[in-house]
Design a protein. Sequence first.
Length: 159
Amino acid sequence: MTMPFSRPFLVVLLAIALAGCSAMSAQNPSSKLKPVNAVADASDERVMLKGHDVVAYFTQNKHALGSPQFKSVYEGVTFRFASAEHKALFDKEPAKYLPQYGGYCANGIVYGIPWGGDADTWKMVDGKLYIFGGRGSMDAFELDIKGNIALADKYWVEE
């Protein structure tokens, strides 16, 4: 039986396929916060939500860009804040302010896909922060909030 592809071809193909995983592995610190919607920025390797202040959603009911001046590292992920007060609140109780599903689009997680997540498209449900990949994703999620949260929670734990 002859193979349709040569061994060197398959090695190159595998290398190309695994190279695509590097972005995802960069978002997966070796901690309990993984995967996370984090990007490299300046000297910080994993900045949550492109530097948006997770505390502002809870205290000001809005998204706000944080500053590198006010930052904390929690579980290998850098969080930036708009003020020293927000940093102090986060440092006191970090788990309270974490976005659900690592900050990825909550509607994507409903389908088992950790993708997207725009800091300016979000919703608070029962004191928890949900981020979305855009208005369309949020609208779809809102069609059955309770059912979508249950399904996303299931995928997040099992996948």
